[in-house]
Write a protein that binds this ligand. Sequence first.
Ligand code: TPP
Ligand code: MG
Length: 773
Amino acid sequence: MIEQLDDRLRWLSAWTIHNANHLRPSRDGVKVGGHQASCASMSTIMASLYFAGLGPNDRVAVKPHAGPLLHAIHYLLGNQSLDKLKGFRALGGAQSYPSRTKDSIPVDFSTGSVGLGVAVTAFASLVQDYLIAHGQLPADRAGRMIALMGDAELDEGNIYECLIEGYKHNIRNCWWVVDYNRQSLDHTTADRMFRRFDDIFETCGWRVITLKHGKRQKAAFLELGGSALEAWIDGCPNVDFAALTYQGGAAWRTRLLADIGQKNGTPALLARRDDAELARLMTDLGGHCVESLLGAWREAAASDRPALIIAYTIKGKGLPLAGHKDNHAGQMNAPQMAALRTSLGIAEGDEWQPWAGLGDNQVKALQAFVAASPAATLPQDRDFSAVSVPRIAVPDGVEQSTQAAFGRILLEIAKAGGPLSDRIVTTSPDVTVSTNLGPWVNARGLFRRAALEDVFRAAKIPSPQKWRGDDAGQHIELGIAENNLFLMLAAAGLAAPLFGTRLIPVGTVYDPFIARGLDALNYACYQDARFLLVATPSGLTLAPEGGAHQSINPPLIAMGQPGLTMFEPAYADELAALMHWSFNHLQEPDGGSVYLRLTTRNLVQIARDNDDWRAGSIAGGYWLKTPGQGAQAAIVAMGALIREALAAWEELSAEVPGLGLLVVTSPDLLHRGWSAAGAGRWNGDDRLSHIEELLGALPAGARLVSLLDGSPAALSWLGGVRGHRVVPLGVDRFGQTGDLPDLYREYRLDADAIIAAVADALVGRDEPARPTG
Ligand SMILES: Cc1ncc(C[n+]2csc(CCOP(=O)(O)OP(=O)(O)O)c2C)c(N)n1
Ligand SMILES: [Mg+2]
């Protein structure tokens, strides 16, 4: 049965790709693409897993370029429509790579950027254990978090960072199944890695199950001359094996006779098989052998220790592309597709019929088998309820930094107890203390499945950090690898749909090192994981720490990142309002994740005489000093530099009548609102965006001086909103060590620089000379 389903999957995946590339009319001449060889490599693995090996709560990340196989499985199940298959890689059709958010079939984890879809399963198994330990998931609902991966994914560094972290946390119920075809995109892979992966994974506590030979090969090895054949296969370089696979039976025979023809029994062993049978034998590797695969699933299921299953395969198995080193994006031509179709007994015109070419009884038996298989009851996204968010009090303190305020707000949440505090799970890549999460951890403890004593405390050695660890703890301590932070946030941020419990993940990181985990951050957002990212300290304001730690471009990164809303508050009351908003936003159906860019710089807090700032700061900005009638200019400032902006404003306000001071809390929200309002106008919606409203308070000819501790481009676009000329101040060179007065002067961020910029703008000195003539 599974062999027949394997054939169906291989056919349907190839046909889906063929249809999209060669039969569907093309309007633009752009190659559609798709990976027939990568699918054929994995069809037996997927057929045996989905139709036999999966448990009821197992979740699977599917190798990106095997996406068409997943669609084919759901097509056989009746979950995927013919229209979507025909629309593979077209707008609204089946996605190129499995997507949680855009595919209509259930996709447990999105994949696409290789390596990340693998590692996220390790973190998902950690999240599953966290939920079980916290009584939020019954232990008997635990499933395996499974990654079906290409062997080239083993080259990604994030795999090994995650392996180390997984070992530290003693993860379980995680399987990684390697489609070990020894080919990547460009070429065959290095022989020198043979058995190295086993060593690496075993060292990290994994069981390694290797499926090298299929049952045909195993039987042949028992024949006279078979052991010579086995030794030859085991010693054959990857590239030779691939080339011979492509060349086929006659080439295998010539080579084998030349290499082992003198061994006792081997010529007869070869002679008993015609070329086609010999080719079948030589490519009968473990990953194409249903019996071997079923055995592997059973073996892996026998323990909850993580398992690496190395399934040897042929890239393009069963297709004329098999083994060719260039087959990654290779596609069969029409005659080759027709030959494949005929070999499966599928009549022309019946290509999309799920069971074409099979007799009635066979079809009935297959349908019954599929209906009774694990694929018929795959876990769906779970229902979950929202966590109510209580009022968040503003921390006391005439002078405080946003980073300190963040730590105090979390501590108050921890002390207050209640649903929000119970669902928050914090995590940090070795910067828990220096991002001010320490007090929260003191209150809520480290998460450890096995209790961890606080040795320093027991020995009465004074320390502000009192960290016990047990399975009730709520802080997941990570090593320094930032990439793991984002994969952790991705997994915890999917707890609601995957496990039915909304977690509120809060991750802290140094702002410049967001860049270290950027693709994983993008990956988390791409699949709509929900979390709060707190990045601190930030900017040149980190003065003595120097240029390697001073972040410049994160505001631009955030503006370019869908699914993530960035704020950089200046005052503690803004932060409290924004955290309240964020905890709700990351739970809303069409909400998203939030990034708070915070600073260690103390600012004197301001007394508010009304509440307008609150709605404004959540919308991205507000007038701290409303411009007067006929104002000639306004200062626009963000975050830590609000102090310099205020000082400049005080000095200038007498001379520049009506001078305004706009506090921007989110260039990201303002820009998105502006773009959306522009798009809305095409559709007849004339509503103004928040920034259009705000800048509407200024006369047309007024000038803006913008200021942030980061790339000036994050605010310079403001000039495009209503046509006000902008002088953008900010950081566009690497920073250096220094104290704040020196650095702010050097980088033109101090009050004098702002005053000079306003003066220049008013007399037009900032304008380029007009062309003459
Ligand atoms: C991070 C990243 N880099 C590059 C690519 C482009 N890419 C897609 S598949 C692939 C090779 C994959 O080889 P392997 O994982 O062995 O898969 P298979 O042989 O099964 O196709 C590459 C380089 C990608 N998708 N993601
Ligand atoms: Mg490969």
